[in-house]
Every structure is written in C-alpha cells, then in structure tokens.
Write a protein that binds this ligand. Sequence first.
Ligand code: SAM
Length: 220
Amino acid sequence: MWITLPEYLKKINEDSKKYFSINENILEVNEEIIPIDFNKIFDNNDKLLKFEIGFGNCESLIKLALKYPEINYFGIDRKMDRIRTALSKLNKRKKIHNLTIARLGTDYLGKIINPSTFDEIIMNFPDPWPKKKHHKNRTLCTEFLIVLNNMLKKDGYFRFSSDHEEYSMEVLSLFENSELFRNAYDCSLKNEINDRIETQFERHKKREGFKIYHLKFQKI
Ligand SMILES: C[S@@+](CC[C@H](N)C(=O)[O-])C[C@H]1O[C@@H](n2cnc3c(N)ncnc32)[C@H](O)[C@@H]1O
C-alpha cells in the first residue's frame, strides 16, 4: 500500500464524517478504535459474528441481519457511493442492533481486525477484473488467504459467490491448494443454494442468464 495506515484512515473518513452522527449503524474506523473491539460495538457479544467484504448496496446484508437477529453482522465497502446507498436504506428504519457497517477496503484488515474475530467471512461477487493485465487487482490472492485465515475463529467459514467462471475457478484452486483451508462442501462448488438471500448483483446476473458459483471453505 502506498500510504500509511493513519493516512489511509484519514482519507477514507474524510467523505464519511458527516454521516457518523446521523446514523447509528455506521462506525468510524479511526486510530483510536483499532484493532476493533466488537464487544464494545454489539450489546450481545455472545452471538456469532459474521463479516461481509464489499456489501455493495447493502440490501442482502440488511436482509440477513433482519432475518437472523441472533447473529451480529459487520460489513465493509470501500466505495463512498455504496456507503451512501446503504445509509439511505438504513436511515428509513430504526437502528438494526445486530448490524454495523464501515467504509473500509481490505488493504489494512490485518491491522484493523484482531485475529480469531469472525465466525464467517462472506464475499459476494467481488470485482473479477476480467482482463488478464488487471488480474493483479483481484482481492483474493495467496497473501489475502492468510489475512482471511487470521481473522477467522477456529473452524470458521469463508464463503464466496460469483458469476465469473474463470475467477471462481482461480479462487477454488487457490483455496484447495492452501494448507489453511479445506473445502466445506462435499463437492467442489454449488450453483444453487437453498434459502439463499440473493444480492442485487446476483439477481441482475441471474436475469442475464449467468450461472452462479458458490464456494465455501473452513479454516483448518
Ligand atoms: C460487483 S460489486 C458486488 C456488490 C454486492 N456484494 C452484490 O453482490 O450485490 C463489488 C463490491 O465490492 C466493493 N469492493 C471492491 N473491492 C473492495 C475491497 N478491496 N474492499 C472492500 N470493498 C470492495 C465494491 O465497492 C463493490 O461495492
């Protein structure tokens, strides 16, 4: 990363400052609160804690939090327009006590999140960067598997969904060749999952006729 963590936090918080006081579901991630203590964020910290990276318009994360009040959810997205969209949805309702979102990218997660924090990490339709010369921008790579593994509790799960076949196969092979995870399905991947809350992106892609690839791995 070409900027330091304090510079990074200052940069990502600049545009979001005005929102911190008007919505209780958004967290300002600054130097004083890192590594984040989720016991201070959620009232009932005996609950399972799940983490979504890149929630997009936040529709499915909000639905998940409402459907499963017995689970705490933390979601991040690095783009300010996604945060605004999420907040416009959240501002229309009372505080959702088991949901916290933050404007954050994946760059410094290893420093912002304590080891063994999450029961599950979810990535729905991460940008596939389809051109070969852009593959280096993909979030999921060998180094990021180590970050994911560290953030997960013992036996925790990582879930990935995508419409992009080549990226999905790359991710499958990355995890299957890693000593940090094992495949949690009895098959390599699934194209359908019962009772799944679809994301906005997923709905659009299905409508366009794309096959969806769902992967699930467990921390070893
Ligand atoms: C293709 S969209 C999918 C959004 C949503 N998950 C869905 O399925 O509808 C990818 C999202 O990931 C976010 N994103 C991409 N890279 C990210 C990163 N490194 N850290 C956090 N968010 C990221 C983007 O801002 C965007 O909202």
